[in-house]
Design a protein around this ligand. Structure first.
Ligand code: NAD
Length: 354
């Protein structure tokens, strides 16, 4: 398996280094034949190539089996004409990575303000209220007058269908329950279509039960009783927001892993940003990116039929769970270790497996 790894901005280089150490450990333990190549994007690329991402990098990424994208300081990138492109959007759109799969669960030994839960947010990634991916040319945000702005949201049948199918397929291998989250009380046409299509796709999965909630009520339900949910399927912005909530309910945004998956490509990416407030202090939690990388190995295992990648992914998650319990992790999740030491402890635990 060939992987391109982009360290990213802010805490990116620190959590990427820890992730690489863990990948090297599973590579040795499970004889995966992993080849990891480092590349740059974001501020490092803007400085070196005059753009945060380049077509040459995209072409390289298309040739490999997976991408690990470190967190990006997307808020800094305001003018595409100056090469300031949002790398996240660039790869999601260019590689058609339509499903952003963001699991969240509680861990033994880690205090959570809510009941134990284990769920996945399945977020549509290629349209919705993200103005930078809705148009053939240009951007879906318009400044009509200096005091009037319009942001357009695109919802299409094709994107609804494929994200719904991803959610139902995932639910089939879990607790067989899908929750559709929407705002069809005000976005009657677009979210009405989203709900209808999700229900239609659901008919292909008769063993999976379905319910639906309006997004604001869903925020309350998630805090009140997250254990009631299994797979949550929703449009782009709602998924983005709810998955930060579920990550924090699980203990920390530093546990927020995700994979962006399409038909032919996949990209591991922590759900959080570049966290400049804690960069270069060796305190960021690397588990978000490490568990994202594990999701990428799992994706590759399904795609290639090579079970050792699935075993490696499970081993990473299992050893991480035991280290959370023994508190050999970063401070945000109750431990006493730095970023580097947390990666090293996980790598050591993996190499010590029978
Ligand atoms: P953020 O997600 O970077 O940080 C929010 C809070 O969570 C901060 O207090 C931070 O210290 C904490 N946090 C984040 N990751 C952590 C980790 N691994 N361990 C421990 N604590 C962690 O959000 P922000 O500060 O609003 O944004 C910073 C930059 O990241 C901005 O430029 C923003 O646009 C960008 N961003 C990018 C993405 C992405 O690329 N997917 C997502 C969100 C934000």
């Amino acid at each position: 398996m060939k992987i391109i790894m982009i360290a990213g901005d802010g805490i990116g280089p620190e959590i990427s280094a820890a992730t690489k150490e863990v990948l090297q450990a599973v590579n040795t333990k499970f004889k995966l034949g992993l080849q990891i190549e480092d590349e740059i994007a974001g501020h490092a690329s803007l400085k070196m190539h005059g753009a945060t991402v380049t077509e040459a990098l995209l072409n390289k990424v298309k040739q490999v089996d997976g991408l690990i994208l470190g967190p990006m300081s997307t808020y800094d990138f305001k003018d595409e004409a100056k090469g300031e492109i949002n790398p996240s959007k660039f790869f999601r759109k260019s590689l058609d990575l339509y499903a952003n799969i963001r699991p969240a669960k509680t861990y033994q030994g880690l205090r959570s303000p809510v009941s134990d839960f284990d769920l996945i947010v399945v977020r549509e990634n290629t349209e919705g209220f993200y103005a930078d991916r809705n148009m053939e040319q240009g951007n879906g945000e318009i400044l009509v007058t200096p005091d009037v702005a319009i942001s357009l949201r695109r919802i299409t049948r094709q994107c609804c269908e494929r994200i719904a199918r991803t959610a139902f397929e995932l639910a089939q291998s879990r607790k067989k329950h899908v929750t559709i989250v929407h705002k069809a009380n005000v976005l009657k046409i677009a979210d009405g279509m989203f709900i209808d299509i999700c229900h239609q796709v659901g008919k292909e999965f008769p063993e999976v039960s379905i319910d639906d909630f309006i997004v604001d009520a869903m925020a309350a339900h998630l805090v009140r009783a997250p254990q009631k949910f299994d797979v949550i399927v929703t449009t782009n912005m709602f998924g983005d927001i709810l998955s930060d909530l579920t990550a924090e309910l699980s203990g920390s945004l530093g546990l927020a892993a995700s994979v962006n998956a399409g038909t032919h490509h996949a990209m591991a990416q922590a759900a959080h940003g570049s966290a400049p407030d804690i960069a270069n202090q060796n305190i960021a939690n690397p588990y978000s990116l490490i568990l994202s990388a594990a999701q990428l190995l799992e994706w590759y295992s399904h795609r290639s039929g090579k079970s050792e990648f699935g075993q490696a992914a499970k081993a990473i998650a299992d050893v991480a769970t035991s280290l959370i319990l023994s508190k050999e992790v970063t401070k945000d999740i109750g431990g006493h270790l730095g970023t580097k030491e947390t990666g090293a402890a996980l790598a050591k635990g993996l190499l010590a497996l029978d």
